[in-house]
Design a protein around this ligand. Structure first.
Ligand code: ATP
Length: 561
């Protein structure tokens, strides 16, 4: 069994390593040293997550709750805790300082000087699981008590990383890329084999265990599983239809429906629906569940499609309306009546016990077409295979007239590539390209708007480090009502405030229009945006799906040519 202190010390040493190669070595060593039971836990912990992304388990610990737990553990007030965080800018350091100050008369506080029994990684994980599983009226109290227990058993270095892990903000610069490489290195497994298994299972913990048990051979056995979402295949922008034809030759053309993507897992009448962020959204979409139960002829299947909200004029409604459906936890039936969804299925990944992802699109499509009964709630729409530019232009014009986004141009013989944004799926839309960026900070407004957030700091995503390097700011400059709505959206994500500046947990993605990307020494990413404007809040995307630093560089270079 491995102590949590060992894990914490490893985190501390990683924080001081500048290069990702050396970091990979340290993590590979850690993965090799822990027991097989600890391996999946440690794999997630180093990335700052407690549970795998696909899991329904959520820690549910916000900053406020953590401050309360720290206050109770240390005997100093929450206000004082906030003062410390304002100075240190880091919840880990705040925990250490709070727990080290020993206010008079505080009997519950077992100071760092006392002999500690020492915690094992397993024990921390079990407490966290307990915290996640507590629900109902008294859950806040129970969560706080469990955190208090952990803090009061912790040494300073343990407290530092416990606090950060509890809110899933480890910030040691380790992301999926480094962990993938570390698994490959630790267990002598081909990095591409590791990557593919991750795309299929969405769980690096599981991949690490397989690699440890039997290298390439075991990892290759990992496959798609029903009710475990598969990372979705994505599209690249094509500048023109002609260029798509040059790239792909004969192509399969479909409308690019304006809605929200869903991945549907069917086992008999048991249906699970996952959103674009691979979150389980089944309970919000009873009408989609029913449409699949009644019209898909398969014992087991994994299907993909776009759920579209059709307005009274027959055109798709605004994206925000669809999100109302996806977020809804109560009065689900009423909102389903008010905003009915139509499911446009466009792919099938798994059918009657067999994975289809290595089959060509043509074949997957044929199976889909044969086994779905199309009607006004569910549809396998037209797909045209052609190499005729004019014909494609017509389909494009039709799609736009119908109020959809444009077209998808796909390679008919290509497999389904989980988690890849490759050339086998291209998209053509009339809009100028927008960027999906993560909101990493904010500033309160002035005067009348002092209680509203007036501008937001944006970051892109660096998959190697898991960090969100800053790229610019966007002022929302809209109505007070909209500003208030956005302020509420971010209120639970405030990590700390210093003057008008707010640091936010990177959680929400903004779709940003811009004039140009420029090089800039002012931001961590090395780039800045000219005239950024907020287009949409992309609740359907996770921060890791924001534009990567590499992609920003590509766009910058393509602008210049
Ligand atoms: P966008 O903002 O353009 O939707 P995105 O990053 O969300 O981009 P892309 O991979 O670039 O996603 O574009 C593909 C998306 O288009 C899919 O995720 C899906 O939601 C949507 N879509 C609509 N119709 C289709 C279709 N026929 N085939 C595949 N995807 C489709």
């Amino acid at each position: 069994m491995t102590s949590f202190e060992y894990f914490a010390n490893t985190c501390a040493s990683i924080e001081n390593i500048p290069g990702s190669l050396e970091m990979t070595d340290v993590i590979a060593k850690l993965l090799k040293e822990v027991t097989i039971e600890e391996l999946p836990v440690v794999t997630h912990f180093v990335m700052g997550s407690v549970f795998p992304a696909w899991s329904d388990r959520q820690m549910g610990v916000g900053n406020r709750l953590l401050y309360t737990a720290l206050s109770k553990s240390s005997g100093i007030s929450e206000e004082e805790i906030e003062n410390i965080i304002r100075k240190t800018g880091d919840i880990g350091e705040t925990a250490v300082q709070a727990l080290s100050s020993n206010p008079a008369g505080q009997s519950t506080f077992s100071a760092f000087t006392e002999e500690k029994p020492g915690m094992e990684i397993k024990e921390v994980y079990e407490r966290f699981t307990h915290i996640a599983d507590t629900a109902g009226k008294r859950s806040q109290g129970t969560k706080i008590k469990n955190l208090q227990y952990l803090f009061n058993s912790a040494t300073p270095i343990e407290a530092r990383y416990l606090a950060r892990l509890a809110i899933e903000q480890l910030r040691i610069g380790v992301g999926e890329g480094i962990v993938r490489d570390a698994i490959s290195k630790a267990f002598e497994t081909d990095v591409n084999v590791v990557e593919r298994a991750f795309m299929l299972t969405n769980d690096l913990g599981l991949v690490a265990v397989a690699a440890c048990n039997g290298g390439n051979e075991e990892v290759q056995k990992l496959d798609i599983q029903l009710n475990r979402p598969v990372k979705m295949m994505l599209a690249q922008v094509t500048p023109s239809i002609q260029s798509a034809l040059n790239d792909l030759g004969e192509v399969a053309v479909e409308w690019k429906f304006d809605g929200a993507r869903v991945q549907i897992h069917k086992k008999g009448d048991n249906i699970h629906i996952f959103s674009r962020r691979l979150e389980n959204v089944t309970s919000s979409l009873p009408d989609v569940v029913e449409a699949v139960q009644e019209n898909v002829n398969a014992d087991t299947a994994i299907l993909e499609g776009e759920a579209v909200a059709i307005g009274e004029d027959g055109k798709p409604r605004a994206f925000q309306d669809i999100l109302k459906r996806f977020r809804r936890k109560y009065d689900v039936e009423a909102i389903a009546k008010a905003i009915p969804l139509k499911l446009n299925l466009f792919d099938v990944l798994y059918f009657n016990g067999e994975s289809l992802i290595d089959n060509p699109l043509r074949k997957r499509r044929e199976l889909l077409f044969q086994n779905v009964q199309s009607n006004d709630r569910i549809l396998v729409d037209r797909q045209v295979i052609t190499d005729n530019e004019e014909e494609i232009q017509e389909i494009y014009a039709d799609a736009l007239r119908a109020g959809h986004e444009g077209i998808m141009i796909k390679k008919p013989d290509a497999p389904y590539s989980p988690g890849k944004r490759g050339k086998n799926w291209l998209k053509k839309k009339p809009l100028m390209e927008t960027l999906d960026l993560v909101v990493i900070g904010a500033e309160w407004g002035y005067g009348r708007r002092a209680n509203l957030i007036g501008s937001y700091a944006l970051g892109c995503y660096d998959p190697d480090t898991g960090k969100f390097p800053a790229i610019g700011k966007v002022a929302t400059g809209i109505t007070d009502e909209k500003l208030a709505e956005l302020t509420t959206l971010f209120s639970d994500l405030i990590v700390y405030e210093a003057g008008r500046k707010i640091e936010l947990k990177p959680e929400i993605v903004f779709e940003i229009a811009f004039e140009e990307i420029q090089k800039s020494p002012n931001y961590e990413s090395g780039y800045a945006l000219r005239f950024p404007r907020l287009v949409n809040v992309r609740d359907d995307k996770s921060p890791e799906e924001a534009e990567s630093l590499e992609r920003i560089g590509e766009i910058y270079h393509s602008q210049r040519s």
